[in-house]
Ligand binder design. Structure first.
Ligand SMILES: *Cc1c(COP(=O)(O)O)cnc(C)c1O
Length: 353
């Protein structure tokens, strides 16, 4: 039996869009007029509501504060030159959201609520998606345990919400990284593959230590041996050695990125050899020493690709060469062309609103 899920809309009386300076946005600080809220209680999802963005009321005993059942997604909407708005591979985010939900013992969100909710919400706040290089609307679906009470057990009430934030190109200057040889963000059998809020909490302290040393991010290695590269901060990792592009295979410590999959496909479309296999720190450093290490970059929705300028591993430091034709530039351009509807969508990734 499939239940149909209703979405009711309560619009703002007056939009706040005219008070927003779209040329001066801090990432994730400004939110659109509306948000979506849907509650799971008594074993089922209730009517989803789209309503004015604003505070939600919860009690101090609310379970998410105590046991950390919180998951999220990050995705974007883009506008083309004609004013049409597109989502990029949104079903992949829905699937991953439910994988995260399952691992955190939270209820799965029906496709209809997630997808129709997103579409209706983006459509309502369409004016907030601006056209122009680097402009997009960042979408943040998330779920929290919203039941009151401090008994250590999964909640019996959850809130699924979507909030949206207009975003400008994400550039934070040069990025140099430390390859982790002590800390880990995820362990075998853990929740590293889930987009769980706690994974971020676990990464902030080691990242602060890196910042104090003048490095912006950490390349996470496998928790057991610290020998293999796994993620670049909160992004997936790619390494170019010679003309080959290498990326770590997914496992339960690695977040299965939509951007990672898209970049792998774009690389193949451009005739670049992509190997999905473990890359050791030894191999990386050997390639650095013999001159075959050309690029390291991270991939993720917020920035698409972040090139890494240099790395440190224990006492070894290396600066990446500046290339005339980098894979990072080529693949980022190719992917953005699809996202902004400037190129043919060969793989059916765009979803028009
Ligand atoms: C979200 C995330 C990524 C990137 O995933 P995308 O789907 O490409 O945005 C990579 N690593 C971690 C740890 C993440 O949380």
């Amino acid at each position: 039996m499939t239940k149909t899920h209703e979405i009711v809309i309560d619009k703002v009386k007056e939009s706040k869009i005219n008070s927003i300076d779209f040329s001066n946005l801090t990432f994730g600080k400004t939110f659109t007029d509306h948000m979506l809220e849907c509650t799971w209680r008594d074993g089922e999802w209730h009517t989803a509501e789209i309503k004015p963005y604003g505070p939600i009321q919860v009690e101090p005993s609310c379970k998410v504060f105590h046991y950390g059942q919180a998951i999220f997604e990050g995705m974007k909407a883009f506008k083309d030159g004609e004013g049409d708005v597109f989502l990029f591979r949104p079903e992949d985010n829905w699937i991953r959201f439910n994988e995260s939900a399952k691992r955190l013992a939270m209820p799965e969100v029906p496709k209809e609520v997630f997808m129709e909710g997103l579409k209706k919400l983006v459509n309502l706040d369409k004016e907030w998606v601006r056209y122009g290089e680097g402009l997009s609307l960042y979408l943040r679906p998330f779920m929290i345990a919203s039941e009151n009470g401090v008994a250590a057990a999964p909640g019996t009430e959850y809130k699924f919400m979507i909030i949206m934030s207009p975003a400008f190109a994400y550039y934070k200057g040069d990025v140099r990284v430390i390859i982790a040889s002590e800390f880990s963000r995820a362990a075998d059998g853990g929740v590293g593959y889930a987009k769980a809020a706690g994974n971020y909490a676990a990464s902030f302290y080691p990242n602060n230590l890196a910042l104090e040393e003048g490095y912006q991010q950490i390349i996470w290695t496998d928790a057991a041996s610290h020998e293999y590269l796994e993620e670049a901060g909160t992004m997936n990792i790619f390494v170019r050695i010679g003309d080959k592009l290498l990326t770590a295979p997914n496992n339960d410590r690695i977040l299965n990125g939509v951007t990672r999959r898209s970049i792998m496909q774009m690389a193949k479309d451009h005739g670049i050899t992509v190997e999905e296999r473990r890359v050791s720190v030894k191999e990386l450093t050997a390639a650095a020493n013999d001159g075959s290490l050309k690029e390291i970059f991270g991939t993720g929705t917020a920035a698409v690709i972040v090139p890494i300028k240099g790395y440190k591993h224990e006492d070894f430091k290396f600066e990446l060469p500046t290339l005339e034709s980098s894979y990072a530039t080529l693949l980022m351009g190719a992917l953005k062309d699809i996202q902004y509807n400037r190129a043919e969508d060969q793989h059916g990734w765009r979803v028009k609103i």
